[in-house]
Design a protein around this ligand. Sequence first.
Ligand code: CMC
Length: 430
Amino acid sequence: MADTLSIVDNRTGKQYEVPIQDGTIRAMDLRQIKSGPEDFGLMTYDPAFTNTANCRSAITYIDGDKGVLLYRGYPIEQLAEESDYLETAYLLLNGELPTAGQQQAWTQQITMHTMVHENIKKFMEGFRYDAHPMGMFLSTVGAMATFYPDGTKIFDKESRNLQMHRLIAKVPTIAAYAYRHIVGRPYIYPDNDLSFTGNFLNMLFRMPAEKYQANPVLARALDVLFILHADHEQNCSTSAMRGIGSSHVDPYSALAGAAAALYGPLHGGANEAVLRMLKEIGSVDKVPDFIKRVKSGEAQTRLMGFGHRVYKSYDPRAKVIKRIADMVFTVTGKNPLLEIALELERIALQDEYFVSRKLYPNVDFYSGLIYQAMGFPVEMFPVLFAIPRTAGWLAQWNEMLNDSEQKIARPRQIYTGAATRNYVPRDKRK
Ligand code: CMC
């Protein structure tokens, strides 16, 4: 059996043989198919890239039908059980789990970069008192490019590593400052004696006059949530990271763009939207009515936290999160919105509308309930997604820069506008 595709162009009667590799044909192989010498050649039309591979990647594997998610070959369930976020970040970036020595060196590297420049703190103070923390987060990450001009040396491996360490280490500090800003509390400097999540919780919740000890169950729960969110192959924000990075801009600017993509309610903003939806529903008895509204498409109402472009079965991350929720609620008490979420899930999983469209809970359906129980305001939810996804964005960016097949991203279009016409002077326009 030949690994080729035979294409007959019925416009010309010509036949073409196109190689198939890895279940894929190269779009550029279609360019030779022309209706005549003046013809540009055949293109593919794929709005929203629903069936187009943009890269080769060895980082994350998803089987959406079977509900499988692997980081560098390791099942997400095993990482959530055995690993921690920093080790997972190392795995994503380097391809292998660290040895004990590598883990120690890596932890030390990240820990020594947790501080941000005092001026970053100062300009964060300039945001309005009610600024959305995700807006603060993404603009501050972008502004970091001005503090680290060496970030432009993207083809210097050592410099690239340094910027990646800085970003992974500093995003929790920026996130915590954004939070302290909206709650009107003084910013807390990082404490390098603490773990990655322990330090983050300390910067978020410590009152300057008091000692603070993060609850170990909550610190572990947050760490597992960070593992689950660390990468998810070519999603909207990662494609933004790769797309922006393909112009060879510094990683701070590219990451600001990726964070902006994550902010949207169809992506990382969904956990915030889930909480707003649960609040709007208000009580379990109103769930059937809400489901009815979703099904009728009323005012574009969607069941937020349900459905996924790739998963057509239960999102494996959502399964782990449900377990974490139980763990967290034993410490914080049950989130009163949980009952509404469980009822929504129960009804949706047996309703023909959702079943036939293969709409299952995704990672965002339960994560917001946990964050809220831990004391985070809903505005912080997308920021809590962006912190761990920083590792994934950087791993993908690094992989792209090392891929000799990659060039500046530049899709084509089908032009639907006016043909050439002459300029009409203002007094002659109708
Ligand atoms: N509620 C109700 N109907 C839905 C939903 C939903 N959450 N999601 C999809 N549908 C329907 C949609 O109306 C369409 O129906 P029809 O065929 O009758 O027109 C069908 O299911 C297919 O939907 P689609 O919009 O073509 O699917 P997509 O792959 O373009 O969208 C999605 C994926 C995640 C944007 C979408 O499912 C959605 O809007 N979900 C709610 C937002 C959400 O939870 N986002 C978080 C995604 S996971 C975390 C992340 O990656 O950030």
